[in-house]
Design a protein around this ligand. Structure first.
Ligand SMILES: [Zn+2]
Length: 495
């Protein structure tokens, strides 16, 4: 990749960007392509976390890898119906012991297990599957909460310059470590992640996730036009980079590769065709991109691809819609698009905080649900303003309220756990407290502070309680995060 450009901001107007000038990228890569560590993610310690593991979790010299955690277990056995606050798909098991053996959930029971189990008593607390964030940008923590722009301006003014810096391996490694630690500190144990166009950034995300044993899907961003020097790639080099990264990381431990198209306006038809060919060559690859987020973006995409019926159809024609496709936003789509998404088995990653912050529009969840398209929830940081899936759920409720709809706590929580797992084809591994699943679980306080405590005291039903928790809780409520049965974050480990 070429050296970072010192000035890429304001080179493209907000509504109708022109191509960036400068030489086309495609020189020799500078990234070192480090090999994955041979050590398993499980049990590895790094940085500040080592001291936490030494005090809790499996512990040094523990006679077994059997852990039992007491609390109120909440997960889903199926998808709750829209608007049903008494859904039978909700599985609530108050004051149970969750049994974890060798990193996997072994079962749950009301009685305390015998002394062969390491017991963690969190009675009176909520135990949920770890959240799954299906659309988030690792390199955008530096631009979170940036003032005053809509999507295309925001990309040029803040995001592209920040992402350019990820060509530097040290910068990428530091950013990825911060990012993964922050996910865990918000109760997110699995994520579908945008890196940057640099292979260094992809290696950094995979390495950081592997060190924590996490389920992560990510990939190199494809963008061979309308992008600044230092980010812009070309078709041949991008293809080589993708194949290289797939060989190195796809299927290693809990890691998977996603063919990652930034969005149609920043890829030539030739690059989209290459991305489609990669997906056809290996059906186990994921695909992620953005579509129909902002009206100016939609108009620009339609202008660049006049032969397509719609913005989404650009991707369909390139072979990018399939059961492992994750489409962020899908705000400005129509019934034919929804039918195409449903037919392909693709999912929508709904990012309400980002949509509100950038003024992009209000997603029609009800229409998506009615057409049978899977909807998961995503923070879309840095367009989104928090890595918290709870803040995301609260904003999702407000977006639906603007349209006169009511999003139940059950629909929101399902979309952030089992629903996302289902859409990603990973229900055997994540998204629930089912026996056999990886023990990716979080322990939460039902309430933090006197206002929330009072609200919980007067709640009359389980849904009322769960909904108030969803709206009032944040990362202060998170007591502990376990990944594959290993403690990876603890609230009181910060002293
Ligand atoms: Zn995004």
């Amino acid at each position: 990749m070429s050296a970072p450009s010192p000035s890429v901001a304001a080179r493209v107007p907000a509504c109708k960007p022109e191509p960036f000038g400068g030489l086309a990228a495609g020189g020799s890569k500078a990234s070192p392509h480090p090999q994955p560590s041979p050590a398993s993610g499980r049990g590895r310690t790094s940085g500040s976390f080592a001291r936490v593991l030494g005090r809790e979790g499996w512990g040094e010299g523990s006679p077994s890898r059997r852990l039992a955690i007491r609390g109120d277990l909440l997960d889903f056995s199926a998808a709750p119906a829209w608007g049903d606050v008494e859904s039978t798909a909700v599985r609530f098991r108050p004051d149970h012991w969750l049994l974890i053996e060798d990193g996997r959930i072994a079962g749950a029971q009301p009685d305390a297990p015998d002394a062969s189990w390491v017991r963690q008593d969190h009675g009176g607390r909520l135990i949920l599957p770890g959240f799954i964030d299906t659309h988030v940008h690792m390199p955008q923590l530096d631009v979170i909460a940036s003032y005053g722009t809509e999507l295309l301006d925001w990309l040029n003014t803040y995001t592209f310059p920040a992402e350019t810096r990820y060509a530097d391996p040290a910068h990428a490694q530091a950013g990825a470590t911060l990012f993964v630690d922050a996910l865990l500190a918000h109760g997110t144990t699995a994520a579908v992640v945008f890196a940057t166009s640099h292979t260094t950034s992809v290696d950094a995300v995979f390495e950081a996730a592997r060190a924590h044993g996490m389920r992560i899907v990510t990939g190199k961003v494809l963008q061979d036009r309308h992008s600044p020097d230092g980010l812009r790639d070309d078709v041949l080099q991008a293809e080589r980079d993708c194949i290289d990264l797939i060989d190195r990381w796809h299927g290693v431990d809990r890691l998977a590769y996603a063919v990652t198209v930034r969005f149609a306006p920043t890829s030539t038809p030739e690059q989209l065709a290459m991305a489609g060919a990669l997906c056809r060559a290996d059906a186990s690859l994921y695909m992620q991109t953005h579509v129909a987020e902002n009206r100016a973006e939609v108009a620009w995409a339609r202008e660049l691809f006049p032969q397509a019926r719609s913005y989404l159809d650009i991707y369909a024609r390139a072979g990018l819609l399939h059961p492992r496709s994750v489409l962020a936003h899908c705000i400005w789509i129509d019934d034919a698009d929804r039918a195409a998404l449903h037919a392909a088995g693709a999912q929508i990653a709904h990012s309400p905080s980002s949509n509100l912050f950038l003024g992009s529009g209000l997603f029609d969840w009800r229409a998506a649900a009615a057409s049978g398209v899977a909807v998961s929830l995503a923070t879309d940081v840095g367009g989104g303003t928090s890595l918290s899936m709870l803040r995301t759920m609260a904003d999702a409720y407000k977006v639906q309220a603007m349209a006169g709809q009511r999003l139940t706590a059950w629909c929101a929580l399902h979309a952030a756990t089992l629903g996302a797992a289902q859409a990603l084809g990973l229900t055997d591994e994540i998204g629930s407290l089912n026996a056999g699943c990886s023990a990716d679980v979080c322990i939460w306080d039902w309430a933090a502070g006197p206002v929330a405590q009072r609200r919980m005291q007067v709640a009359r039903s389980l849904h009322e309680r769960a909904f108030a928790w969803m709206l009032l809780a944040d990362d202060r409520n998170l007591v502990a995060t376990y990944v594959a049965g290993d403690l990876r974050h603890r609230r009181d480990a910060k002293e």
